[in-house]
Design a protein around this ligand. Structure first.
Ligand SMILES: [Zn+2]
Length: 404
C-alpha cells in the first residue's frame, strides 16, 4: 500500500485530549482521529487483527500478548483511563463489571422471629440516623428503594440490607428498565416517602436481595411518617416476587468465590463472548507497544511489516529503485507501506517511528552505490546494510525471529 493512498496525516504534537500514551500515538501516527474514529491506516490495522482473530480462535488474546482479565462473558484490558469500572479479586482472579460483581454475604446467626413493633423515630431520615437512634448496627435495618418500570409504569420496591447498596443493573435484569419513582407514585402505592416499608403495598412488585431472607427481625419503615417497624420478617410480614442478588459490591468487599477483599480498577472492553471490539483492541495494543518516538508493533499485529522509503538522490533515481523493491517485497508476500512522498528524510524517519511498523527499509544513494539498502528493526538501535538481492530473505527471517 502506498502512503498517499492511505491519506496518512501524522501530527507532531500529542492531541490535547490524550488521556493515555497509546491513544496519543495512535492519533499522532494517523490511525485514528482525536475523537477515536478510525482513519484508513486504523482500518487497515483492524483488518489485519480480524484475519488474525479468524485464524487463531480461542488463542487470539495470547497471540496479541495482551494481559487481559475477565470472565466467561467478557474480556477486558486493564487501563487506568478505561471507561469500564471493574471489581476484581487479586487473590483468586475473579473479575466482573462493578455493577455485576458478586460479593460474599454473611447471614446472621439464626434467631427467633419477634413480633412487629411500631416505634416513634423522630428525625430519622437516613439509615445512619435510624441506627444511631435505635442503637443497632446498620445491617439490622432494611433499606427500601422505589422505582417505576418504564414499560408499564409498575411500581417496584426493592429491599436490601441497610449496610448495602443496590445494583440497579442487577434489578433491571429481572424487572426490565426502571427509573426512580416520583413522590406521587410512592404515595399511590401506599408507601410513605422516607419511612417506606414493603408491608401493605398496593399493586407493587417487591424484590429483595437474597440476604434479606437470612436476616431476621430487621427494622424497616412503617409507611407512617415518623415511625419505623421493628422485627420485620420476609415471608411472615410480606412476600417478595423476586429474590435474587441485588447488592452492589464495593471495593474492599469480600470476594464471592474466596472471601478475600476485592479491588476496583478501570478497563477497556475487548470482547463479549467471541465478539471482538477491534477498535478497543487496537487501542490496547498501542498501550502495550510503544517507545519514546511512537508505536512499536510486532509483525503479527502490525498493519504492514515493512515501512519502505527512499531518500532523494543527486545522481541515482532512488525512487525508481524503491519502486522495484516495493514490487519485489509484495511479490514475496511481505506487506509493505511504501512512503513514496518526495519529503525530506527526517520527516519520513519521524513518521516511520510514529507508525511503528516492525521494519524500516531506506533506499538511499550511498547504499545503492554498493547495491545495498538500510534495514532497521523498530525495536533495534542500529541499521543494517543488506544487499538488494538478500532483502526478502532477511525480512522473512527477521519476522520469524522477532523478539516478542
Ligand atoms: Zn477471590
Amino acid at each position: 500500500m502506498r502512503y498517499q493512498n492511505l491519506s496518512i496525516q501524522t501530527q507532531r504534537e500529542a492531541p490535547n485530549n490524550a488521556r493515555s500514551q497509546g491513544f496519543s500515538f495512535l492519533v499522532r501516527a494517523g490511525y485514528m482521529t482525536r475523537d477515536a474514529e478510525n482513519l484508513p491506516l486504523g482500518d487497515q490495522a483492524i483488518q489485519r487483527l480480524q484475519s488474525l482473530a479468524a485464524e487463531s480462535g480461542g488463542t487470539f488474546f495470547s497471540k496479541l500478548s495482551l494481559a487481559t482479565v475477565g470472565n466467561d462473558r467478557e474480556t477486558f484490558f486493564p487501563l487506568s483511563t478505561g471507561p469500564i469500572v471493574l471489581l476484581h479479586c487479586p487473590a483468586c482472579g475473579y473479575t466482573d463489571r462493578k455493577e455485576w460483581a458478586e460479593r460474599k454475604k454473611s447471614p446472621f446467626p439464626p434467631e427467633e422471629l419477634s413480633s412487629l413493633e411500631k416505634v416513634l423515630t423522630p428525625g430519622c431520615d437516613t439509615i445512619e440516623e435510624l441506627s444511631n437512634f435505635l442503637e443497632i448496627p446498620t445491617e439490622k435495618t432494611a433499606k427500601a428503594l422505589m422505582f417505576t418500570r418504564l414499560s408499564d409504569g409498575k411500581f417496584i420496591m426493592a429491599i436490601v440490607r441497610g449496610d448495602m447498596q443496590i445494583s440497579e443493573a442487577k434489578l433491571e435484569a429481572h424487572t426490565g428498565k426502571i427509573r426512580a419513582a416520583t413522590e406521587a407514585e410512592i404515595i399511590a402505592s401506599g408507601a410513605t416517602p422516607g419511612f417506606a416499608s414493603p408491608i401493605g403495598l398496593q399493586n407493587a412488585l417487591i424484590a429483595i436481595d437474597n440476604l434479606i431472607q437470612d436476616s431476621p427481625n430487621l427494622v424497616a419503615g412503617a409507611n407512617d411518617k415518623g415511625y419505623h417497624l421493628k422485627n420485620v420478617n420476609h415471608g411472615r410480614d410480606y412476600q417478595a416476587e423476586i429474590k435474587t442478588d441485588l447488592a452492589q459490591a464495593q471495593a474492599g468487599d469480600p470476594c464471592a468465590r474466596c472471601g478475600k477483599p476485592m479491588a476496583e480498577s478501570n478497563a477497556l472492553l475487548m470482547a463479549t463472548r467471541n465478539v471482538y471490539e477491534f477498535s478497543n483492541i487496537l487501542l490496547a495494543l498501542a498501550e502495550s507497544n510503544y517507545g519514546e518516538k511512537g508505536l512499536s508493533l510486532p509483525p503479527n499485529i502490525a498493519p504492514f511489516n515493512v515501512y519502505l522509503m527512499h531518500v532523494p538522490g543527486k545522481t541515482i533515481d532512488t525512487k525508481l529503485s524503491a519502486e522495484e523493491l516495493y514490487s519485489t517485497l509484495q511479490n514475496a508476500g511481505i506487506s509493505v507501506l511504501f512512503d513514496d512522498r518526495d519529503e525530506r528524510a527526517g520527516v519520513k524517519f519521524n513518521d516511520a517511528d510514529l507508525i511503528g511498523l516492525p521494519f524500516r527499509i531506506t533506499v538511499g544513494e550511498r547504499g545503492l552505490q554498493n547495491n545495498q539498502v538500510e534495514i532497521k528493526a523498530r525495536n533495534a538501535a542500529d541499521n543494517l546494510l543488506v544487499s538488494l538481492g538478500a532483502v526478502v530473505d532477511h525480512i522473512r527471517n527477521a519476522i520469524e525471529n522477532y523478539p516478542l
